[in-house]
Design a protein around this ligand. Structure first.
Ligand SMILES: O=C(O)CCC(=O)C(=O)O
Ligand SMILES: [Fe+2]
Length: 488
């Protein structure tokens, strides 16, 4: 029978060829022996290759498309890695040491990414600069939401902002002489005659003039756990017993000559935790989706700061966060801090700034050194131009953002440490606020506090997160919190 060996389709070895020399015969025999195996192997490789190409196309497609909301709408953005959600551990579980914080890529200045933050709407997020990594999202808030946030701030009441810039962080401030009753009343936010941990944490995170020393926070925390009949609660009597020792350190505002940072502005803090007004809760959820930071980190961050500037108001250029230093404790993790830490910094990994109204004249947010080739502190003040002085040099800075109602901008105050955690302060995140020449300006700052010391952040979470989780299980429906007067 005439036979032909098929190695690949269309490739035949004719059966009627004259006998081949020995060497060629070996080759031909080899190829005919392998022909079927070769065919199978090549086809397998071919299919694997095609599957890889298809998988790659899917990957590219889903990474460029809008960030979808998860169907469960549980506030966990879909792009959070499993590692980052490790931070939401249950009580008693070991602290995570390999957690990873997602970081949005800027690609290039002017690059627009679509993000899905609320149902039935796609937002556009534009990269404004790469140094710092800064984005703008128009229509982040609706007109109604801006109005309600301003109204809530007015109901709560605003106080004069007089933040000053510390020249020497190690400097000790004066002491205020307050009685335990007075301190108790300051801490008891809902004035129910009992202290709860969230009241102490909310106040201490707000960095609003009341300075609770780490040892004091630890003492209160221990006190809250001590009474088996009322765990998590502390009465005035118990509080007085705690404070028999001279632990209280309430420094007054520093009086030494320092540079005034903010002018003609007033501010207040709005609680955004469980049970807060639904618009404030909604904003927090949206910020979680936007930044992709694990929700627990937002729940453990400072409250929302609402600021109103009047004509002439401005904010000198500054960094929202502090230098990373082994001797520095973060304000928000004080409870878990080493008592001997020499000074305290705010540790604000991300700033999300909301513009609550459109400004008629001035009031732009300025980033004087954004995308500069280099950052040199000495170069900030040269030839009579002080880039830090936003009264005089706003037009000399690299980037200015005009406040438009509903727009949010956000930026990273820290670089990555290269292992997915908070690294050094990004000095390019220097920013300020130009003089308001007409009307009023309303903004809100949402700071996301994360300790660059990952162990300390984890320790802090181990201490307070079970408490936070418990508070969330109140069983109340969200509608019970729709009243403007609640939970401010
Ligand atoms: O109001 C602005 O435009 C900037 C405000 C600011 O930087 C701040 O409050 O820390
Ligand atoms: Fe700022």
């Amino acid at each position: 029978m005439m036979e032909s060996q098929e190695c690949f389709p269309g490739m035949y070895v004719p059966a009627n060829l004259p006998p081949l020399p020995r060497q060629d015969r070996v080759l031909l025999n080899k190829s005919s022996v392998c022909s079927r195996t070769y065919f199978v192997v090549v086809m397998v490789f071919f299919h694997v290759y095609i599957i890889n190409v298809i998988a790659l196309l899917f990957f590219v497609h889903y990474n460029n498309g809008p960030v979808e909301m998860s169907p469960s709408d549980d506030g966990v953005p879909p792009m959070i890695s499993n590692e980052s959600s490790d931070l939401r551990k249950s009580p008693g579980q070991k602290s995570p040491v390999t957690a990873h914080l997602p970081r949005i890529e800027g690609i290039r200045v002017g690059h627009v990414q679509k993000v899905s933050l609320v149902p039935n709407k796609v937002h556009e997020m534009r990269t404004l600069s790469l140094k710092p990594l800064l984005f703008e999202i128009p229509d982040f808030l609706s007109e109604e939401e801006c109005r309600v946030v301003v109204q809530l701030a007015q109901l709560k009441g605003l106080t004069e902002s007089q933040a000053t810039e510390a020249e020497d962080p190690g400097e000790t401030a004066d002491q205020l002489d307050l009685s335990p009753e007075e301190i108790f009343n300051l801490l008891d936010l809902d004035q129910d005659g009992q202290l709860q941990l969230h009241e102490i944490l909310t106040l201490s995170r707000a960095q609003d003039g009341i300075w609770l020393a780490p040892e004091h926070l630890q003492e209160i925390h221990a006190g809250l756990q001590a009474d088996p009949d009322h765990p998590g609660l502390l009465s005035l009597e118990q509080f007085k017993r705690l404070s028999r020792r001279e632990l209280w350190r309430f420094p007054t505002r520093p009086t030494a000559k320092r540079t005034q940072l903010v002018w003609n502005s007033r501010h207040t803090w709005l609680y955004q935790g469980e049970g807060a007004h639904h618009i404030l809760r909604g904003l927090r959820k949206r910020v979680t989706r936007l930044t992709q930071v694990p929700p627990v980190l937002l729940e453990l961050s400072e409250p929302l700061q609402v600021v109103r500037y009047e004509q002439g108001g401005h904010h000198r250029a500054h960094h929202d966060s502090g230098l990373v230093h082994p001797e520095a404790a973060c304000s928000h993790t004080r409870l878990a801090a080493n008592i001997s830490a020499h000074f305290e910094t705010p540790c604000r990994y991300i700033t999300v700034l909301f513009y609550l109204n459109s400004v008629e004249g001035g009031g732009e947010t300025t980033f004087p050194v954004a995308d500069n080739r280099t950052y040199e502190e000495e170069a900030l003040i040269q030839n009579d131009v002080d880039l830090l002085d936003t009264r005089k040099s706003c037009d000399k800075g690299n980037l200015r953002v005009k406040p438009t109602q509903g727009t949010a901008i956000f930026w990273y105050n820290h670089l990555s440490d290269g292992e997915g955690w908070v690294g050094e302060l990004d000095e390019y995140s220097l920013h300020g606020d130009c003089v308001l020449t007409r009307g009023t300006k309303w903004v809100a700052n949402n700071w996301i506090n994360i300790d660059p010391d990952q162990q300390r952040q984890a320790r802090y979470q181990n201490l307070v997160a079970p408490q936070q989780e418990g508070e969330g299980d109140s069983g109340e429906s969200p509608d019970q919190h729709n009243d403007l007067h609640q939970d401010l």
